[in-house]
Design a binder for this molecule. Sequence first.
Ligand SMILES: [Cu+2]
Length: 175
Amino acid sequence: MQLKILAVGLTALVTASLACSDDSVDTIPIITTGAAGAAGTGSAGTGAAGTTGAAGAAGTGAAGTGAAGAAMPFTAIAPCNSEADFVTGTTVSVGDATQFFYTPACLKVAAGTTVTIGGSTIHPLSARAGGTSPNPIGMHQTAGQTLTFTTPGFYPFQCDVHFSLGMMGVIWVTP
Ligand SMILES: [Cu+2]
C-alpha cells in the first residue's frame, strides 16, 4: 500500500515537473547534477635526445628543441621557417635607421664557426626566446657581437626596437 502511494506520488511529481517545464523555459533554473568529470591530464611532451653532440639533452614541453647531434631535426623559428630560408656565411648585418631587417635574417654555419651579428644603438641586439639553450647571443647589445657557435642548434635573435616589424633572425649551427 505504501508502495502504491509512493508510485502515485512520483507520478504526480513527474507530471508536475512536466507541466512546470511547459510554462516558461526561460525562467526555470536548470540544475544539473551528477558526478564531476575527472580532470584531464596530459603528460608533458618530450623531445628525442640527440644521439651525439654536447647538447643532447632531451627537450621538454612545447619547444622541444633540445635535440642536437647527427639526428638534429630542422626547427622552424620565424622568420626562418624552412631550410631554404637559410644562407651560408659568417656575418649578419644591420642597416641604418630606415632598415628594419637583418641581412641575412637566416644564417647557416657549421659548429665552430665564428659569426658576427650586427647591432647598434638604433638596432639593439638580443637573443630571442625559443631555440637552443643556452643561446650565446647577449641581451640588449648596442654593438655587433662576434661569437663562436660551438653547439649545433638554432639560435634566434632580434632587434629590441623593431622585432614587432619582423626584425628577427636565426643562426642555424649544424653539426
Ligand atoms: Cu632595429
